[in-house]
Design a protein around this ligand. Structure first.
Ligand code: S3P
Length: 446
């Protein structure tokens, strides 16, 4: 992909549906009795992998027009043994949440993924699920996919997770729905709470006590209707782009602003950024609003501690904001970034240095010396959707052209990222195009 610098971003846009919520709606809809209807669903590779896996086990997940999904659920105890390996591609959320469901099924299943997912640690879900009674085998001592799971009647546990991970928490909560007795999970700081909110919205009893959650087995999940808000993580690229590209003014409509997800807004505010939030409302148990962003000067900051899980997926694009801010920004307590789709700390250091950014790598974070202008370059996505979109934002703000190799990986979470971006670029010159191909995308200017 070729990205040229632009003068400004203007206009308004809606974002695709939230990825985390879409996964959860597909899983719970497949376990429900009857027909579940989802609007605002994200249609991306990752969510399709969840749908396909649930389909292999007996649910019917149909893509209707627009962003609607219809699911014929098979009931809480109606999943059937998959007759083939469940390949969930690049989707860590699918693998970890399904591990929780599969641990409780009276059958054998195997989960695998692409080369990136097969390199991601699974002991974080396998260990608690084994202590509930499931047999889970994997490579390298059981830590890496493929995972072979023999489910069973689980026993309840009281699990204290060493990491703030919504995937771990959700795997245990889903397993807990099939488990007699009280299953409790406690996390060190709050990770995204979409599973809890969806349980509450569906009437599935869940008790919150500080950072602890408790569930018990249930008899059934009634079918439901859910409307999924725009994905804050998708909005993040546009929020940062509008802030750092002079003269920009953007309105992002109907974005999920669940506080467990909006750490980026707090971080940008601590850099002097102003983001207006209007039309706050609740949709299907999730807070939603319109966000208005204008370009503005930012200064360096420090992000650490409980803020990190609230902005984990946004750190690649936050690093771009930091590179363009005055002064230094320190990111600490973010070692989890090393086990995302790729090692995002290493990837950011390598790719931002190509733009001329002074950046230092620490075991659990980054020090970014901002203020210098960025120079266009040839950079690589590392096959990671969020890296591809973050370096695209850097490219829009840089002097000279940037080419990004392996840019099609945006399909994991945001298949039409490039066309949505195109829609808010002012028209005149081709702002970006597939390298080596003629673009028929709309035009932009500097
Ligand atoms: C997700 C949880 C987070 C996040 C991921 C989606 C989820 O992962 O990074 O993109 O939907 O539960 P961790 O649980 O590993 O922090």
């Amino acid at each position: 992909m070729l990205v040229n610098p632009i003068g400004s971003l203007k206009g308004e846009l809606t974002l695709p549906g939230d990825k985390s919520i879409t996964h959860r709606a597909i899983i719970l809809g497949s376990l429900a009795d009857g027909v579940t209807e989802i609007t605002g669903a994200l249609r991306s590779d990752d969510c399709r992998h969840t749908a396909k896996a649930m389909g292999t086990m007996g649910a019917t997940v149909e893509e209707l027009g627009g962003d609607r999904l219809r699911i014929q659920g098979c009931g809480l105890h109606g999943l059937k043994e998959p007759d083939k390996i469940l390949d969930v591609g690049n989707s860590g959320t699918t693998m970890r949440l399904l591990a929780g469901v599969l641990a409780a099924q009276p059958f054998f299943s195997v989960l695998t993924g692409d080369q990136y997912l097969r390199a991601r640690p699974m002991a974080r879900v396998a260990t608690p699920l084994r202590s509930m009674g499931a047999t889970i085998l994997g490579r390298e001592g059981g830590n890496f996919p493929p995972l072979a799971i023999m489910g069973t009647h689980l026993k309840a546990i009281d699990y204290v997770s060493p990491i703030a991970s919504a995937q771990v928490k959700s795997a245990i909560l889903l397993a807990g729905l099939f488990t007699e007795g009280e299953t409790t999970v406690t996390e060190p700081s709050l990770s995204r709470d979409h599973t809890e909110r969806m349980f509450e919205a569906l009437g599935i009893p869940i008790h919150r006590n500080g950072l602890s959650l408790r569930v018990e087995s249930i008899k059934k999940i009634p079918s439901f209707q859910v409307d999924i808000p725009g994905d804050f993580s998708a909005a993040a690229f546009f929020i940062v782009a509008a802030m750092v590209i002079p003269g920009s003014e953007l309105t992002l409509r109907q974005v999920g602003i669940n506080p467990t997800r909006t750490g980026l807004l707090d971080a940008l505010r601590s850099m002097g950024g102003v983001i207006e939030v209007s039309c706050r409302r609740i949709i299907s148990g999730e807070p939603v609003a319109d966000l208005h962003v204008r370009s503005q000067a930012l200064h360096g900051t420090e992000v650490a501690g409980a803020l990190i899980p609230r902005m984990l997926d946004e750190i690649p694009v936050f690093a771009v904001a930091a590179a363009l801010a005055d002064g230094s920004t320190i990111i600490r307590n973010a070692a989890e970034l090393r086990v995302k789709e790729v090692d995002r700390l290493a990837a950011l250091v390598k790719e931002l240095r190509r733009f001329g950014v002074q950046i230092e790598e620490c075991p659990d974070g980054l020090v970014i010396h901002g203020g210098a202008s960025l120079s266009g370059c040839h950079c690589d996505s590392w096959g990671d959707h969020r890296m591809a979109m973050a370096v695209a934002v850097a490219g829009l703000a840089a002097r000279g052209s940037t080419t990004i190799s392996d840019s099609s990986c945006v399909s994991s979470s945001f298949p039409d990222f490039w066309t949505r971006l195109d829609a808010i670029l002012p028209g005149a010159a081709i702002p970006y195009a597939d390298v080596g191909r003629t673009s028929n995308l709309a035009l932009g200017t500097s």
